[in-house]
Design a protein around this ligand. Structure first.
Ligand code: AMP
Length: 376
């Protein structure tokens, strides 16, 4: 189905074309008409499915045609688990807001940066993208009220709960009017998600985008048997040999992320680390440089395994394996997305071998193994 059949306004369609979206993704085909009609939607979909545009486009269209709320009263609220996702969603909103006949002021608020400038900027905001903790701070200091929220979006609800935001999310829901439109996206289903969907959604249109298996099939996976002390040389060898220009490297600790980054830089391969111990400014800068192709290697912990959209990321390397097979799939899912193919490489020490077998069994896919020690 072409985008033009969905009931979107000409200005929004023009922005869609400008983004180079030629065909519509399944989640958009199902979610956009429902959301334009103010129905509730439950989307079981992860990053890469096109879920952001599936709610941003109808949100903007519904807001454009409606009377603005009172000052410091938002009409649409998008709750997200991380600062990075808040910034990313806000960027998508900006892209699609261009040229709207009546401007829709939007803004992202998140913790880790000073609150005062956010309080000032909230004047006249109609569409707010927020992480739960900072939003509550802003409501409590009367910088914003949720009493006129007409649409509430919970994006990556599963991650929000995993990060321990359950209480905050409940509180925020309680601050919104009872009558409202609700949208909930989650990559996975679980008892907790079930609970929250029952609490929030009313007769939702349910959309399930089951793309894990397809995505994994598009990814070329290789494992390297390697001893711990040779991981650094093997990493440099592979980056150089395959002339990798954009590679995401996962470690299991912030300490390791920093030491791998330092070693790469010492050896003339530009790398940055991004993890929870870095300041918000440093995290954003590192991510932006990487997205812009200015930094060759981004080293991170599982913080980035979900949610962040880096278009056409060709390589992911597991310098250290994640503990859970689920995290392995999320990590390698950073590549091979949105029709592109990708390569995922895992370093497997003798101690990891059993665990890597468990991961493969859970994934229902066997990974080609290569002897790494002889290469470096
Ligand atoms: P998301 O799942 O929202 O993080 O989107 C994943 C990526 O797909 C983003 O880079 C979007 O810009 C891109 N995208 C979303 N919808 C389309 C579409 N219909 N055609 C082409 N690219 C799209």
């Amino acid at each position: 189905m072409p985008f033009s059949k969905l009931g979107l306004s000409p200005v929004i369609l023009k922005n869609v074309v400008k983004q180079g979206y030629e065909s519509i993704y399944p989640i958009q085909e199902q979610a956009i008409p429902a959301l334009l009609k103010k129905q509730d939607v439950l989307g079981i979909a992860k990053t890469g499915s096109g879920k952001t545009a599936s709610y941003v486009l109808p949100l903007l269209q519904n807001l454009e045609g409606s009377k603005p709320a009172k000052n410091r009263h938002v009409k649409a609220l998008v709750l997200v688990p991380t600062r990075e996702l808040a910034v990313q969603v806000s960027e998508v909103v900006d892209l699609f807001s261009e040229g709207l006949t009546s401007a829709v002021k939007s803004m992202a608020v998140y913790g880790g940066v000073s609150i005062n400038p956010q309080m000032i900027k909230l004047q006249g905001v109609q569409l707010l993208i927020a992480t739960p903790g900072r939003l509550i701070e802003l409501v409590e200091s009367k910088a914003i009220s949720l009493s006129e929220v007409e649409t509430l979006v919970l994006d990556e609800a599963d991650k929000m709960l995993n990060l321990g935001f359950q209480e905050e999310v409940n509180k925020i829901i309680g601050l919104c009017p009872k009558k409202r439109q609700n949208v909930l996206f989650s990559a996975t289903l679980s008892e907790d998600i079930d609970h929250i969907t029952q609490l929030v959604l009313k007769n939702p249109v349910v959309i399930k985008i089951d793309s894990d298996a397809d995505d994994i099939d598009k990814i070329v996976q290789t494992g390297y048997f390697i001893s711990e002390e040779k991981k650094g040389p093997l990493l440099r060898y592979l980056i150089n040999k395959e002339n990798m220009q954009q590679v995401l490297v996962f470690t299991s600790s912030t300490f390791k992320a920093d030491s791998v980054t330092e070693k790469l830089n010492k050896n003339g391969i530009e790398a940055r680390a991004i993890h929870s111990k870095k300041s918000q400014g440093a995290r954003l800068e590192a991510l932006n440089r990487f997205k812009a192709g200015k930094t060759r290697v981004l080293v991170t912990t599982d913080l980035l395994a979900r949610g962040i959209d880096i278009q056409y990321l060709p390589f992911v390397i597991n310098y250290e394996l994640p503990r859970s097979p689920k995290d392995y799939i999320h990590r390698i899912g950073r590549t091979g997305r949105a029709e592109a193919s990708g390569e995922a490489i895992s370093f497997v020490t003798p101690e990891d071998q059993h665990h890597f077998k468990v991961i493969q069994k859970k994934m229902k896919k066997w990974v080609t193994m290569v002897e790494g020690d002889g290469l470096v």
